[in-house]
Ligand binder design. Structure first.
Ligand code: ATP
Ligand code: MG
Ligand code: MG
Length: 306
């Protein structure tokens, strides 16, 4: 696979590798086919390793192949940057693949990040402007008078803009590979602003649309249900807070479809056991992961029944 990013992506050839979100520079080809390397975050490597030895969840996360120093040196220190090597989840599919990244959970920041933002009382006119440009009614009279918000205000606003707050997941990226080998531009690509249930359902219908639509939706639904079952039986799951983690949906036109858990840079051992369904209040570390998964399952259920 070669590196690419969302704006330069081509999926017309078998070798093309598609990255839906995040910085393109964070990913490199693996040391052999079927593998990919992501810039090392120790918490993520620890998590991939733990998932690989969890008998319930190992098939729902990329296989872990260890930590490697990149041969291509792009750091200032003179030694290659470190990467975690993992399974390339696209390897088994026939191009052009269709991909969707759903960020799961009722918040996308850690409690530490929230506490840090709260200590930062600096007025931010730049963030105020961004809010007003997108959502003129979202500011309070006090904020309007000041012409500024705090970083905390901005973070909380961002979560309410998408379905993260309401449905405990949001669509973070989506590409549909079409039968002629092209990649269809989505009808609406500001996914982070999709908030209403019916808008998300329409986007999911668009995503699975094609010759095998019914089969693809059913395959996703079954896999999601197996994932839910596996999570509830896993040792790892109740002991970890999963923030900013995604489900990666992949299908091809042969009708092959699957879903995996990815992106564990903000996954942390939790001081207390988590239900992943309880309401979050600061200090309880609940992330809403199962609530989000249940909402996705219901939406796919609706697609299958349609
Ligand atoms: P962010 O935190 O901004 O979401 P990130 O740098 O942590 O980004 P990821 O979210 O882990 O990166 O991955 C970005 C994208 O790369 C995913 O949406 C997916 O398209 C692709 N990707 C990540 N891991 C894999 C994998 N193991 N196999 C195939 N594709 C992957
Ligand atoms: Mg991500
Ligand atoms: Mg990440």
């Amino acid at each position: 696979p070669h590196r690419t990013n969302q704006s330069t992506v081509t999926m017309a050839t078998e070798e093309a590798w598609t990255q839906l979100s995040g910085h393109a520079g964070n990913f490199q080809s693996g040391s052999r086919p079927g593998r990919v390397m992501k810039r090392l975050c120790q918490a993520e490597a620890d998590c991939l390793q733990a998932l690989a030895s969890d008998p319930r969840l190992r098939d729902f996360a990329p296989a872990f192949y260890g930590i490697r120093r990149s041969p291509s040196d792009d750091s200032d220190s003179g030694v290659g940057a470190e990467f975690v090597e993992m399974q390339d989840l696209l390897a088994e599919f026939q191009a052009p693949v269709s991909l969707m990244d759903c960020k799961i959970g009722c918040r996308t920041y850690l409690e530490d990040e929230l506490a840090m933002a709260r200590r930062d009382a600096k007025p931010r006119p730049d963030m105020y402007r961004r809010i007003v440009e997108t959502d003129p009614d979202a500011t309070t009279p006090e904020q309007r008078a000041a012409g500024a918000v705090t970083k905390l205000d901005y973070m909380l606003w961002r979560e309410r803009l998408s379905s993260t707050s309401s449905l405990a997941f949001r669509i973070d990226g989506l590409k549909r590979g079409d039968p002629d080998g092209s990649v269809a531009p989505p009808p609406f690509d500001d996914f982070k602003r999709l908030r209403r249930r019916e808008d998300i359902l329409a986007m999911l219908a668009y995503f699975v649309d094609g010759v095998q639509a019914g089969g693809v939706a059913r395959a996703y639904l079954e896999r999601l249900r197996r994932l839910r079952e596996a999570l509830t039986q896993s040792e790892f799951f109740p002991k970890h807070e999963l923030i900013g983690s995604s489900l990666l949906f992949v299908h091809d036109r042969a009708g092959r479809a699957s879903v995996w858990m990815i992106d564990f840079g903000k996954t942390r051992p939790s001081p207390s056991r988590l239900s992943h369904t309880a309401e979050w209040s600061e200090g309880n570390h609940e992330d809403g992961y199962l609530t989000g998964l249940d909402n996705i399952i219901h939406l796919f259920q609706q697609l299958v029944n349609a």
